[in-house]
Design a protein around this ligand. Sequence first.
Ligand SMILES: Nc1nc2c(ncn2[C@@H]2O[C@H](COP(=O)(O)O[C@H]3[C@@H](O)[C@H](n4cnc5c(=O)[nH]c(N)nc54)O[C@@H]3COP(=O)(O)O)[C@@H](O)[C@H]2O)c(=O)[nH]1
Length: 505
Amino acid sequence: MRRFISTFSLTSKQWGLLLLLPIFFSMSISYVITSYIVHGKAREVGNFNLERLEELLAQSESINQFAITLKEGDCGKLSEYMRFKPYYRGVILFNEKAMYCSSTAGDIDLPLNSLLPENKLADSAHYIVPETPARSGVPAIISISKNVETHRGSIVVIEGEYFVDAFIQPEVFPRLVSNVVLGLHGATLPSVPNFGDGEIISVLADDKEFVILLELSREFFRHFFWIYFGVSLPICFIIVLLSGLLFLRKKYRHSLADDIRSGIENEEFFLVYQPVICAEDGKSKGVEALVRWQHPQMGLVRPDLFIPIAEEGKLIVPLTNYIFERALKDFADMKVEPGFRIAFNVAPEHFTQDDIESKFIHLRDSLERIGVKPLIEITERQLLTPDIFQCIESLRQLGILVAIDGFGTGQTTLSLLQTMPLDYLKIDKCFIDTIGQDSVTSHVLDTIIELSHKMNYVVVAEGVETQEQADYLTSRQVHFLQGYLFAKPMKLADLKLWLVEHFKH
Ligand SMILES: Nc1nc2c(ncn2[C@@H]2O[C@H](COP(=O)(O)O[C@H]3[C@@H](O)[C@H](n4cnc5c(=O)[nH]c(N)nc54)O[C@@H]3COP(=O)(O)O)[C@@H](O)[C@H]2O)c(=O)[nH]1
């Protein structure tokens, strides 16, 4: 993870954006989800209550059916009939002259326009009226039925306020709806709606007659908004952070690839050399060339950071060619023991160049002039294909030594090793680290060494840090040792001094 994070550095603005974006997304998502849920719930409540109203109106129809059949002197029967009908304020009977019977007041004599303009009594319809003769100032829903032949009719009065007050809402806290208004033909119930500043949604009955207006409670919205915000924030935070980091990492890798390209042109790369020691006599028989990058802004950049980017960005070939040239320059005036070897790390991709043979002949001949033999360490991060095997074989025929580097960590299997044309096998540090431990991997080390001997490979152990490791490897006839126990990778000037010192003994 540290390595991942260290592959880019963010400005405080970018970090700020990475932290603010999840909050913004989470708030937007929570707002949309809460709105969706609150609206859905409010519609559910509205529809449910419209259905209740429809039922009341359907019952009104049957009350009207009963009432319309009563004779003018049967007012008492009407009171009896309406006794156990709780949602209804009462029923009024009328003829062409007046309203003459009320289920609550008995015989009455009220003008026909006591509830509505007279002509409206001609319709069989529903209305909201601001008051009734029985309860002045208290609105009601009325349902009219009239026999056009006899001119007699009945009006069922439904308790309007009771209906709205008993408006059923889900058992939630806080309440979903802070205000409810029933509307019909321009009249409302209550007569003067008392809406606050909450959002109002309308739910229309299926027959488009009644409409219910619901004012959503702000508390309910806030309550669920903060719940969704609490849940979505960590998720948004993780998603935005990861995608932001991946985006920036990609951008960074792109710009780093550009920097590698210009770094090669500006000769920002240089080599350090780590001696390789012969296990038998303790003498240095060569060095491994390891690239370093002095980036103009970032300072010294580690190869395990930029090599994979160079490999991804198809820059490893020009970089390796640059390294060869750089080593030739470094060693041009060096005096070394005959047969001294310089090992280079070469990615399999390098062998895809058209003029690969002439490039290696040039390297071989230039080094041979100063008594040095090149050794190519093939890094096995990528799969070694049969084509690459072919190239390895051609290299060996040119007299160039070939090693497989970091054996056991990449894609090369033990069985593949049996068919591979090789001179050296370099055992990875992770196997050397197991020396002295009774682990499964420590047995793998012995197997690799045994197999290498059988295949007549020269065995090199890398990452040797302790005398115990060196002794163990020497006892197992490992030919060459490389590691901090002997020397760390060093700049050319230090190597020159080290070699002088080393060969004195
Ligand atoms: N294609 C190329 N790859 C290259 C080149 N130069 C380096 N590399 C690859 O980068 C990786 C890291 O390399 P580096 O940081 O240089 O580390 C090397 C040694 O310093 C380190 N080492 C050697 N001895 C010890 C030790 O005793 N302890 C310890 N902790 N580290 C040690 O090991 C690295 C050598 O690795 P290898 O090449 O596998 O022998 C690394 O994968 C390099 O291959 C390049 O020019 N081209």
